[in-house]
Design a protein around this ligand. Sequence first.
Ligand code: NAD
Length: 352
Amino acid sequence: MSRDFVYSTSPAHIVFGAGKAATVGDWIDRIGARRALVLAPPHQKADAERLAETLGARAAGVFAGAFMHTPVDVTEQAMDVVRRTAADAVVSLGGGSTTGLGKAIAYRTDLPQIVIPTTYAGSEVTPILGQTEGGRKTTVRSASILPEVVIYDPQLTLGLPVGMSVTSGLNAMAHAVEALYAEDRNPVSSLMAVEGLRAFRKSLPGIIEKPGDGEARAEALYGAWLCGTVLGTVGMALHHKICHTLGGTFDTPHAETHAIMLPHTAAFNAVAVPDLLAPVAEIFGGSVGGGLWDFARTAGAPLALRDLGLSEGDLDLAADIATQNPYRNPRAIDRPSIRALLQAAWEGRRPD
Ligand code: NAD
């Protein structure tokens, strides 16, 4: 086996542990900031206000308008608040949508970011920003987008509803599965991917049984860090391309789309790279796609694209878009096989 690889580490500070959100004020000082604007979605406004209160003079204010897919007009509203309050840092409290808003501000201003993630999406450890304007989603990658500090505090995830915990966990697992066959993978990214998958295999059943279980929550958030890190380090392929197409064209919900597609895209690619995906079969049992599907079904995840409001006719357009521009994937992609894969996912069939 050849051992050629490039390995680069992320310059971010990762802080992990129950209660660690209380250290956010210290981190504002450590990164040399004085007044941070606290960001959150409307749903988590009260949490953001409580956090701002504990920060006292270190808080420049709260902007609780973060929205899915980082719409540019919302970013403009937040930028007005940044200017008005003379904030010199942002603290993003919430899931991938809030992290996206913090990244969008940092991309425009280079302000430092402290992220406190409350889902398993993984955006907090990537230098990637997806934003939408006029219904079009564009993606940029830049060093200024990577958050400087991430505080993973499992206590803040105790209230993440079970259904969202499951779909968000499967979303994270998809980063790890694709990292295992990424062209630019390295020994460390593969170790992290396998460990991330193991963490979710272990923790999600515990969360379903007891959503307030601190240990299971910590294990899942640990998995989220690992899976997010590989997403930010190596290139993604078919799975992310299809989910991006479905979300961008039909506005299907992010985590649910990933959850439904993962067993199908993994089964498709396992034909070409069985050895690289062997850890997935080992962790989840059975075949790669079948094992992931069984795990998702037992966890109560959505299994069929038709349940997300997609019509069978939509699959033709999705297959066209997903195969329009060539991209790297371990198994050759052609329209008929992607159309068939989408059909199976639409019907909710178990892949072999
Ligand atoms: P989200 O941030 O939209 O959150 C979904 C809902 O969950 C929100 O209403 C939020 O208020 C609520 N929520 C979050 N944490 C909670 C908690 N602990 N308790 C109760 N409710 C809680 O969803 P997401 O799946 O985390 O993120 C999806 C977005 O992130 C998408 O826009 C996606 O494109 C983006 N993303 C980007 C990257 C990247 O690297 N750029 C990576 C992954 C995801």
